[in-house]
Design a protein around this ligand. Structure first.
Ligand SMILES: Cc1ncc(COP(=O)(O)O)c(C=O)c1O
Length: 406
């Protein structure tokens, strides 16, 4: 007997992406003529650098790029990614260990699908990027949240990881700089976590997509390089989206041991085949080019980061640790929950960050993502990858509105 549900249980269990839901609501309000300021989007507001676009235009004119290419990626791009990895994090890999994917998101999905059997547990430092638990569950795995709050800089400790570990734990997910908190783990803590994972024979899947976005001179530390004792049980995920303002081009990659990459390539060969050749050639120009434009973007992000954090911390009931990486602030708003806010239909007392975010959107015309998208309630995520003027207007609205809480 086939199942009777219209949608398979596996797919029906996937929740709607809360970040996309906020974005959709904000866009709908905008389309209706409301001047909404959006802090929801996780993408740079800059255009892709010109030399990268030119490489894509040239590729589009070449007939060989109009055809299927190897499912795992163009050989010249795989080579350039191996070299870039050596340059940026000191991690020595061969081109054969690289799989080029349709954005970092596909690399996330394929990494879990390739490593997990049903029931295998993955330690997920929380707050987490909203896609990880869904990708883990789709692969049959079990996400195990390990929460680290603002008082510990949103960074988990080895003691917490150890408490959450069971004999079903197979993988530790490690993300620094973090989306959504902007936390960047110091080198010593990275080493300690790597050593602990190695001692317990765990795999580490590490997402390094924000590697170039750190501030205040804080260095990025790759757990793959810093913890050689992990041996070949490390999977590095990365992509061009955030570093080169290339979110729409859809190029990411996975770096792992040859057997893992071979298995993941088999999966991709049936799922999506090669990433668009034009996008791959754009990515080749990006990863083999200079990092000067990233530095310029970083200056703007840094200015906006400081303006945002100062504004947030000036609001009574809001506590925002200074994020040192990526382009998000993650204020703790538990001090606002249960308070009375004015609203068109009469005063409201939001009890959760989801209710607070909905209220802020309706009453202050500012879109923020509630903490529920990334773990427990009580927090908001605000992206500072938007123009200075919009940022100033949005923060002023937030200060005015949240300042009216009783
Ligand atoms: C931590 C993290 N990893 C991976 C991705 C995926 O990026 P993309 O699929 O656009 O390359 C994102 C995007 O928001 C992210 O924040």
């Amino acid at each position: 007997m086939p199942s009777t549900g219209r949608i398979s249980q596996r797919i029906a269990a996937i929740t709607e992406s809360a970040t996309l839901a906020v974005d959709a609501k904000a866009k709908a309000l905008k389309a209706a003529g409301r001047p909404v300021i959006g802090f929801g989007a996780g993408e740079p507001d800059f255009p892709t650098p010109g030399y990268i676009v030119e490489a894509a235009v040239a590729a589009a004119r070449e007939a060989r790029f109009h055809r299927y290419s190897p499912a795992g990626g163009l050989p010249e791009l795989k080579q350039a990614i191996a070299e870039k990895t050596r340059r940026d994090s000191g991690y020595e890999v061969d081109a054969s260990q690289v799989l080029v994917t349709n954005g970092g998101k596909q690399a996330v999905y394929e990494a879990f699908a390739t490593l997990l059997d049903p029931g295998d547990e993955v330690l997920v430092p929380t707050p987490y990027w909203t896609t990880y638990p869904e990708a883990i569950r789709l692969a049959g795995g079990v996400p195990v949240e390990v929460f680290a709050g603002p008082e510990q800089g949103y960074m988990v400790t080895v003691e917490q990881l150890d408490q959450a570990r069971t004999d079903r734990t197979k993988v530790l997910l490690f993300v620094s700089p973090s989306n959504p908190t902007g936390a960047v783990y110091p080198a010593d803590q990275v080493a300690e976590i790597g050593m602990w994972a190695a001692d317990h024979g765990l795999w580490v899947i590490t997402d390094e997509i924000y590697e170039h976005l750190t501030y205040d001179g804080v260095p990025f530390t790759s757990i793959a390089t810093r913890s050689p004792e992990l041996g070949d049980k490390v999977v590095v995920l990365n992509g061009v989206a955030k570093t080169y303002a290339m979110t729409g081009w859809r190029v990411g990659w996975m770096i792992a041991a040859n057997d893992v990459v071979k298995a993941a390539t088999n999966l991709q060969s049936h799922l999506s085949s090669n990433v668009s050749n034009v996008s791959q050639m754009a990515a080749l120009a990006a990863v083999s080019g200079p990092l000067t434009e990233v530095e310029d973007m970083k200056l703007a992000f840094d200015r906006r980061r400081r303006a945002m954090v100062t504004a947030l911390n000036s609001i009574d009931g809001v506590d925002c640790p200074v994020p040192q990486g990526a382009f998000y602030a993650y204020p703790d708003v538990r001090g606002l929950l249960g308070r009375e806010f004015p609203a068109a239909a009469g005063p409201v007392r939001p009890q959760t960050s989801a209710e607070l975010a909905a209220l802020i959107l309706d009453e202050a015309e500012v879109a923020v993502v509630p903490g529920e998208a990334f773990g427990p309630s009580g927090f908001l995520r605000l992206s500072y990858a938007l123009g200075d003027e919009d940022l100033a207007t949005g923060m002023q609205r937030l200060q005015d509105y949240l300042g009216r809480a009783r």
